[in-house]
Design a binder for this molecule. Structure first.
Ligand SMILES: [Zn+2]
Length: 86
């Protein structure tokens, strides 16, 4: 079994089928066991070194996290975690 096998986030079943696309074009999936619909890793995204450098600069300017998240297009949750880790 490969690591790429999709699993249901609710019941961990591998009986997952494609279920069309959601509004932003991402592939939607549906678990045939529990009926849960989900999009794989909707927030998963690589944050590059350049982006982090930019974030560091913006943080120095005392710009609110929500504003930075919008400007550099990262999630506020990720940004909060990034700031906390610093
Ligand atoms: Zn399930």
């Amino acid at each position: 079994m490969s690591a790429r096998t999709l699993r249901c986030p609710t019941c961990d079943s591998v009986n997952v089928v494609k279920n069309g696309k959601i509004h932003n074009g991402k592939q939607n999936h549906k678990c045939t066991d529990c009926g849960r619909q989900f999009v794989k890793d909707p927030q998963q995204k690589r944050i590059g070194v350049d982006t982090k450098r930019l974030i560091d600069k913006l943080l120095l300017e005392k710009i609110p996290l929500a504003g930075i998240a919008r400007v550099v297009d990262v999630s506020e949750v990720w940004l909060q975690g990034y700031v906390n880790a610093k």
